[in-house]
Design a protein around this ligand. Structure first.
Ligand SMILES: Nc1nc2c(ncn2[C@@H]2O[C@H](COP(=O)(O)OP(=O)(O)OP(=O)(O)O)[C@@H](O)[C@H]2O)c(=O)[nH]1
Length: 642
């Protein structure tokens, strides 16, 4: 069953590698660089190891107030204590040590090199053993200008000559930072070779630092992102600190400023942390984070700011008040702030703020570096490496991780930008196709609407036609007598109104004839109602034909009574026409089924200019009276007014 499990594991590793390819490549690069660096620094330390102390070192344990070496020399043996570890920790007391050199082992090593280049006062006297004969003397330390040194080197060097006799070396030292008096003996030629290696190495380190510093400033100039200023500030401060702790700064940059030399290590140390905290704050909380707003005024941002300004306070305090207490306070604050920052970065990383991941590593590196340097500088030589080398490795680790972070974040942002762009293009395409669809729909809807409108219009037109026909029919129904198809009395009244207007204008006479069929009741009685109707239809037909010939209007006035309205007719003219018609009618045969009959009518005629409704009624009344008279006179006659 082992094989499938290992297969699964292998697949997982492979998938993880494919997914996080860039991270793995960068991590390998960081690891490789650190390995090379470790290799170099170990080699540089090894050379020194070959010349490690060879003889006994004594430490003057009781506090002696005298600064006079000759007085010290007279002190009894019980004042002196054998001492292996020359790391005296945090003390600002004057330290005296005595080194007894066995000539057999030191004939080839004639230079003493002190490991720590940061000691404020360092006096070395080299005596021939058991005598007061001063062989060589060094009065150096950061409290005096650099060119006071016999051998101009970043580290303190003492030439002990080529004496083959035993030597007693007395060393007096005092400093305001941790006191480490570790030293080693060197053969001059070895030291020159070592020193040139060391110089080359430091040159490389400072070159690297300068490149990052300059690059960051350029990045700031290009992007205007303030975190690059913090980063270059961090690199610059760290480089100054390195220059201080290697003695390079005092040798080459500020040789005539011993006061500055005594302060610079602490100042640059605090300044470095000030910048790296601000850089972390910006990078973790803001850079590339969409959630920028949510973190802008978060408690994490406030804690970062507080820590950064604690370092500013320490910078001011240490510039005026350098004591071991302040150094202890700094180290305490440093540890608290490291834990604070790591905690924030760690929790943010777990919440998904990716940048915080990198800073967990960066601050872990800082923690390890500070721990090792503190241990080496202040307590004992815990690691085989010079504390300066530990600092350098730490510096490389941090800058490489930050560099990797920058690369990955840049890559991520670029990918995000590309993805956003692709999404935007996709969205645009979607929008365009939606627009097309909408246009098509609109066109379709327009077509449908047009069709609908056409159909509705057609329906409306047909309805209107129907309506107008209905209205015509209605009019017909209203104006026309259904039995005879002659205008009825209603229409006749309208005609009269029209003719009144004409007559008023033209003053022409209008004649009215009222005609009534004789003995119609008797016809009805004899031939039935239908027979009566046939007589009415027959009469109407003839009357209509007559009206068309003479151009007058006729109507069925009601029952068997008809009226003629003749414009521009006087009594006689109409009398002639109607009377002739009476004769013709009396002769016309009326068929009812297979029977037939003859009928007659009586009429009364009256004429006058028709200028008002009243005149019409008068005229109608006169004609009606004449009709009545005609009936009385025996029917079948036409009477007109004289
Ligand atoms: N068939 C038929 N008879 C009608 C119509 N309108 C009226 N009448 C009849 O016409 C007759 C009119 O009779 P009368 O008023 O007495 O007049 P008349 O019999 O003609 O006598 P004179 O007018 O005096 O000659 C009545 O019997 C009515 O019923 C109609 O439309 N059709």
């Amino acid at each position: 069953m082992l094989a499938p499990k290992s297969h699964v594991l292998y697949n997982r590793v492979l998938q993880s590698f494919v997914k996080h390819k860039n991270q793995y490549i960068l991590a390998s690069f960081v690891a490789l660089t650190l390995y090379v660096l470790f290799f170099i620094t170990t080699n540089l330390s090894d050379i020194e190891d070959q010349h490690k102390p060879y003889s006994e070192v004594f430490y003057l344990s009781n506090e002696v107030l005298s600064d006079d070496v000759y007085a010290i020399k007279t002190l009894d043996g019980h004042h002196w204590e054998l001492r292996d570890n020359l790391n005296f920790g945090m003390t600002d007391k004057v330290i005296w040590i005595k080194v007894k050199v066995n000539p057999k082992q030191t004939t080839i090593s004639r230079i003493i090199r002190f490991q720590d280049p940061l000691v404020n006062v360092l006096n070395v006297w080299v005596f021939e053993s058991g005598s007061n004969k001063l062989f060589n003397q060094l009065d150096a330390g950061d409290a005096s200008p650099f060119n006071q040194r016999d051998i101009e080197n970043g580290s303190f060097l003492v030439d002990i000559g080529d004496s083959s006799r035993p030597l007693d070396i007395y060393i007096r030292a005092q400093t305001n930072l941790g006191m480490n008096l570790s030293f080693s003996f060197w053969r001059a030629s070895d030291f020159i070779a070592y020193n040139s290696d060391l110089t080359l190495f430091y040159g490389g380190v400072f070159g690297y630092a300068f490149a990052i510093f300059f690059f960051s400033l350029m990045m700031y100039a290009t992007t205007q992102n303030i975190e690059y200023v913090f980063y270059s500030g961090y690199v610059a401060s760290f480089s100054i600190h390195l220059a201080a702790v290697t003695g390079f700064g005092f040798q080459y940059i500020w040789p005539n400023a011993p006061n500055f030399q005594q302060l610079v290590a602490t100042l640059s140390f605090n300044l470095t942390f000030f910048f790296i905290v601000l850089f972390t704050r910006h990078f973790v909380l803001y850079v590339g984070n969409k959630e920028y707003a949510s973190l802008k005024n978060s408690w994490q941002a406030k804690v970062f700011t507080f820590i950064a300004f604690t370092y500013v306070a320490l910078i001011f305090a240490s510039a005026i008040w350098q004591t071991t207490f302040l150094l202890q306070l700094s180290i305490l604050l440093l540890n608290v702030s490291i834990f604070g920052v790591v905690y924030i970065c760690f929790t943010l990383a777990r919440q998904g703020f990716k940048n915080a991941n990198f800073f967990v590593w960066v601050w872990f590196g800082i923690f390890i570096t500070v721990l090792l340097v503190t241990l080496n500088r202040l307590i004992l030589n815990a690691v085989g490496l010079d504390p300066t080398f530990i600092l350098i490795i730490g510096f490389f680790f941090e800058t490489l991780v930050i560099g990797a972070a920058l690369v990955l974040i840049y890559n991520r942002n670029k990918n995000r930008a590309t993805r956003d762009k692709l999404l935007a293009i996709k969205d645009e395409r979607k929008m365009l196709s939606a627009k097309d669809e909408l246009l098509a729909l609109q066109a379709d809807a327009k077509q449908k609407l047009e069709l609908e409108v056409k159909q509705q219009t057609a329906r409306l037109e047909s309805a209107l036609k129907d309506l107008s026909k209905a209205s015509k029919d209605l009019k017909q129904l209203r104006n026309v007598d259904s039995l005879t198809s002659l205008p009825n009395r209603f229409m006749f009244e309208e005609l009269v109104q029209k003719n009144i207007v004409v007559s008023v204008r033209t003053r022409c006479p209008i004649a009215i004839a009222v005609i009534d069929i004789d003995c119609f009741k008797a016809i009805n009685d004899e031939y039935g109602h239908i027979g009566g109707d046939e007589v009415l239809k027959h009469f109407a037909q003839l009357l209509l034909a007559l009206s068309e010939i003479h151009g007058f209007d006729v109507c069925r006035f009601g029952g068997e009574e008809f009226v003629v309205l003749a414009v521009n007719f006087d009594n006689n003219k109409l009398l002639n026409v109607i009377d002739r018609f009476r004769l013709d009618y009396a002769k016309s045969k009326i068929h009812i089924g297979d029977q037939y009959l003859y009928s007659s009518f009586s009429a009364g005629i009256s004429s006058a200019p028709l200028d008002s409704q009243k005149a019409y009624l008068t005229l109608l009344g006169e004609a009606d009276k004449l009709l009545y008279r005609a009936k009385q006179k025996g029917r079948n006659r036409v009477l007109a007014t004289a």
